[in-house]
Design a protein around this ligand. Structure first.
Ligand SMILES: Cc1ncc(COP(=O)(O)O)c(C=O)c1O
Length: 368
């Protein structure tokens, strides 16, 4: 190939003019843990990642990520997928057959926020149950299990699934997980845990992710929620289960090629799991300051991980919206009077102070 002689030796290499140190736009955004920005180390790792073709299983960075995720959860294998939704749906595809049944809390992501994908893709019937804060009661689960699958009226119960941490901001204790696992084992049913925030659940419970994952046949966790990666989730389980999920991922066009570029960010996100403890502590400390404001009601039963749920006296939501906007604090509007603030890795301590000031101002009080 011809080269421009004038340019020879004078062309800077990418590293000399590309700055990876971009300020995060999420430093004051409490709306979600999905707003975090890849940090400088992550951007550098992505730019320099060694890649291959993951469909041919020759992408070394993807393989490293899958091996590492499986090891951290104490499972035989893991699959790198595009999203939490994809991981959950692949779990249903790999653990059920069309016309079988899955038992789940009625408030969980698979039921509420996945566009009825389980009806469209795995074609399982969702047998939902009321579960306060998303935590399943083993007696209720047991009452829903089909005991006579040979009866032509009866579908087979193929899967029990629940979240940890739950979408309601709670966690499922290991003892409860163990009861559910034992129940499922007795009936030959697959247990899938939607662990979009699994490392935060483990940190909140003061335990290890592998210790929690022991009670599930499969666990999906997200690299892009609270751990800082821009894209991706992991589905972990037994090798044969993961191979079925890999085939199902191909059906959906999810067999990706030089995916090492994003897997490189995922590997660093796994290291960020240690930050879960710090963000939970910061959320709980801030919740304590908010609870000290008269009229600010913190929901303690939803204060397990790095999310703060609060309610204000009737009529004050508009005032809080205005105070948050005035301080340029990102937020979701309240849902039926319930506010959620997420303390993620990009949130600065200054933003936390400003959040308390905004709530105090909305309540017409000086900050304590
Ligand atoms: C509990 C839970 N499960 C699954 C998902 C789906 O993840 P994704 O948005 O990556 O599809 C989410 C997303 O917020 C979630 O909160």
């Amino acid at each position: 190939m011809m080269r421009n002689p004038d340019a020879a030796g004078s062309r800077p290499d990418a590293g000399s003019f590309l700055s990876f140190d971009l300020p995060s736009t999420a430093a004051r955004d409490f709306s979600s843990d999905t707003v975090t920005q890849p940090d400088a180390a992550m951007r550098r790792a992505m730019a320099t990642a060694v890649v291959g073709d993951d469909v041919q299983r020759t992408d070394p960075t993807v393989r490293e990520l899958e091996d590492r995720a499986a090891a951290l959860l104490g499972k035989e294998a893991a699959l790198f997928v595009a999203s939490g939704t994809m991981g959950n749906q692949l779990a249903l595809l790999a653990a059920s057959e069309p016309g079988s049944e899955a038992i789940l809390p009625d408030s969980c992501h698979i039921v509420i926020h996945e566009a009825a994908a389980s009806a469209r893709l795995a074609q399982v019937q969702l047998r939902t149950m009321a579960a306060p804060l998303g935590v399943p009661d083993p007696d209720v689960v047991e009452s829903l299990i089909r005991l006579t699958p040979e009866d032509i009226h009866s579908p087979r119960t193929a899967v029990i699934s629940y979240e940890n941490a739950t979408s309601d901001g709670a966690v499922v204790e290991p003892s409860r997980m163990s009861e559910l696992a034992e129940l499922a084992r007795r009936h030959g049913i697959h247990v899938h845990v939607d662990g979009a925030r699994f490392f935060h659940a483990a940190a909140a419970l003061g335990t290890d992710a592998a210790e929690l994952a022991r009670h599930a046949d499969s666990v999906m966790f997200c690299l892009s929620k609270g751990l800082g990666a821009p894209i991706g989730s992991m589905l972990c389980g037994r090798r044969d289960f993961v191979e079925r999920a890999r085939r199902a991922r191909k059906w959906l066009g999810g067999g990706w090629r030089q995916a090492g570029v994003i897997a490189a960010a995922g590997l660093l996100a796994l290291e960020n799991r240690h930050e879960a403890v710090r963000d939970i502590e910061r959320a709980h400390r801030t919740a304590g300051q908010l609870a000290a404001l008269e009229g600010c009601q913190i929901l303690p039963e939803r204060l397990a991980i790095n999310m703060i749920y609060l309610q204000l006296p009737a009529g004050l939501d508009r005032a809080l919206l205005d105070e948050l906007t005035a301080r340029r604090l990102g937020h979701y509007p309240p849902e039926r009077g319930l506010w959620r603030f997420v303390v993620h890795r990009d949130i600065t301590d200054e933003a936390l102070t400003d959040l308390v000031a905004a709530v105090a101002a909305a309540l017409g009080q000086a900050q304590p």
